[in-house]
Design a protein around this ligand. Structure first.
Ligand code: PA5
Length: 390
């Protein structure tokens, strides 16, 4: 169960018509994949089972929306230690030789499977990293083709050409998939399923959010009000470190969807209570340009702290409530509470935030589904590295 509390804002215009924007979106994008939530989960589960049965290590190569959503969900739903097999490792999120060298050494005596993900098939970080890993796989395995899955949509991309030349398995994705809205499509769902997460339950949660859009409308109104009130930074705060990457995904979702036209709200995050001992000072007494959205869940398995006659979860919750009151009214806070961090609730949150980012873009009058700034960087980098004709 997911609960929403947007209590801090009495002045929000609750008549602002978000519902019409929703209808406009449906008219303009009647069949867009992330909104339809219509996924062949059997196909993904079957592929995931084969990988799980053989792999010690499953390497996911991708950047931006091609890794953030999967990492967010896998981190949230796997234990901190003693994670089940296969180990999921992400690569291609930077251009570090150290990282890749260490990775190659680490996997030397392990059974390796790879999923390279790039919607466009033209992203330099992913292509460079995959070229090294492909050479490694060819050297190590006669059956390397069976161990690699290429997730891409663009048949004009370099990745697709490479997959065709090497006869690799291609998990073809629809052209309308946008990286930051791709968690609940095969882009995110294959790595998530390999990690042992129930993807059907994840989608069930998302469908619940879709059927109950009221909280989404309220949140969109609050964000509009805050921005117009000069609160141009939104901090996503969590009190469970496994949600760290969920906040990274949120940053991408909102920054790329709405940071356009000299406008938008800058998303940041705090992982608490750690960051209360650093950023907390600014939230309490710095320039009043921040508002908070806290995502809170009690732990599944609590620990009694006998010395203080309280449980760890109680103390964590008291910390969260103390922070909200200490920071208020300097930094106002929304509160989203989960009864636990599970598949259904995480699926719910993904869809809740995707819809909010999309509708908030309509409020701002910007396209929710492009990222011209990011593309410009990618193009300049590519032009430096690739010859124009290869
Ligand atoms: O949201 C987006 O579309 C981008 O951030 C992309 O996910 C990112 O740039 C990676 O692109 P690609 O999947 O084409 O490699």
């Amino acid at each position: 169960m997911v609960k929403f509390d947007f209590h801090s804002y009495n002045d929000v215009d609750s008549t602002y018509d978000v519902e019409s924007l929703h209808q406009q979106f449906i008219k303009e994008h009647p069949n867009v994949s992330w909104y339809q939530l219509d996924v062949d989960t059997d196909k993904i589960d079957k592929l995931a089972e084969t990988i799980k049965a053989h792999a010690d290590v499953f390497i996911v190569v991708g950047i931006g929306g091609s890794f953030l959503g999967a990492k967010a969900i896998i981190d949230a739903l796997r234990p901190y230690f003693n994670k089940p097999k296969p180990e999921i490792i992400f690569a291609g999120t930077d251009l570090s030789s150290d990282y890749l060298n260490d990775l190659l050494k680490y996997i030397a005596d392990k059974e390796v499977y790879i999923n390279v993900i790039s919607k466009t098939g033209m992203t330099l970080e992913s292509l460079v990293t995959f070229s090294v890993l492909l050479d490694y796989m060819k050297e190590k395995y006669d059956d390397y083709q069976n161990r690699i899955t290429v997730t891409t949509s663009d048949t004009d991309g370099k990745l697709y050409a490479l997959a065709t030349n090497e006869s690799l398995n291609v998990l073809s994705i629809s052209g309308d998939i946008i990286g930051r809205y791709s968690v609940l499509t095969p882009v995110g769902l294959l790595p998530i399923a390999v990690a042992g997460v129930d993807i059907t339950a994840l989608l069930r949660g998302a469908k619940k959010a879709k059927e109950n859009p009221q909280a989404i409308y309220d949140y969109v109104r609050v964000r509009k009000f805050m921005r117009e009130d000069g609160r141009i930074i939104e901090s996503f705060n969590v009190y469970e470190p496994k949600l760290d990457y969920f906040t990274e995904w949120l940053k991408q979702l909102f920054a790329e969807s709405q940071g356009k036209n000299n406008n938008g709200t800058l998303p940041i995050s705090t992982i608490n209570t750690r960051d209360l001992h650093s950023l907390g000072q600014y939230f309490q007494e710095g320039k009043p340009i921040i508002f908070s959205t806290t995502i809170y869940s009690d732990s599944k398995i609590d620990i009694d702290i006998k010395a203080y006659n309280k449980s760890m979860s109680e103390i964590n919750r008291i910390a969260m409530e103390s922070v909200a009151s200490a920071h208020y009214p300097h930094t106002k806070s929304n509160l989203i509470t989960l009864d636990e961090i599970n598949e259904e609730n995480m699926g719910y949150l993904i869809f809740f935030f995707e819809m909010s980012a999309m509708l908030g873009s309509y409020v701002l009058g910007v396209d929710y589904d492009d990222q011209p700034g990011v593309n410009r960087y990618k193009e300049i980098l590519r032009n430096h590295i690739f010859n124009r004709d290869n």
